[in-house]
Design a protein around this ligand. Sequence first.
Ligand SMILES: [Zn+2]
Length: 254
Amino acid sequence: MQWASLSWKRIPEAIDRCQVGILPLGSVENHGSHMALGTDYIVPEHLCRMIEQKVDVLILPVLPYGVCPHHMKFPGSINIGLEGLLQVVRNIAFSVLSHGLKRLIFLNGHGGNDPALDTVALEFYQKGGLAAVIDWWVLAPQLKEEWKGGHADAQETAALMAIHPDWVHLEDAMSGTAEDLSKELKTVYLNTVQFGKGTIRVAREVPHVVPSGWFGPRPPNQATPEWGREMLEGTAAYIAEFVEAFKRVKLPRS
Ligand SMILES: [Zn+2]
C-alpha cells in the first residue's frame, strides 16, 4: 500500500493493519558510462512495488538523493551530503513515528547512505520504534552467491535491465581496470586496498580508482535481464518474509 495514495482519514487504519513501513532510498550518481544515474533509487523503488504485492506493508515515497561526494567528478552526480541525508531521513522517520508507525525499514540502494541510516535507526529506537536497514545489493548474494556484485558492475546492470532495459547502453561500457594505490597497496574496492593479508580503507575520488566508474567481480556485459528478474524476485520475496517476521518483534519500551 502506497503511503502517498491514502488520505489522512485512512492512514491510522492502514498503519494498524500494515504495522511496517518501507522507505526506499538511493542516489543519483555515476553508474559507469553504460547505465543510468538513477539506478540506486530505481532498484529499491521497484523492489517495493514487488514487495507490496506479497505482504501488507506501507511504502513511503522514494527518496532519490543520497551521499555521493566521491562520485562528483562524474557529470550528473548529485550529492546532498551526509548532513543533508541525515536531516531528511531523520525528519521522515520521526514524522511517521508521530503518526504511530513504529516499525520502519530503510531499503537502500547506495553504500554511501549507510552511516546516516544507521544513525537514524538508533534514534528511532531510542524514541520507541524499531528500524531495519537493508542494502539490497549486499543481501542478494547472501540469498544466492551468483548474484554477487560491486558498483555498476554486472549485478546492478542486470537489475536495471530487468526494470528499464532502455536505461542500459552496454555499447558504451568501458573496461573496469582499477588503479592500485602502489605496488604493495592493491585496490580491492572503491575505498579499500589490500596490504599483505589485510584490507584497509583509503578514501579516493572514484575516477582516480576506476576511470570507467564501475567496479566489481563481473563486468557489465555479463549481465542479462533474466539474472535481473530472478534476483529482484528472490530479493523481494525474502524481504516480504522479513516484513512478516518484523511485525512479530516486540517493540522497545518507549
Ligand atoms: Zn548503484
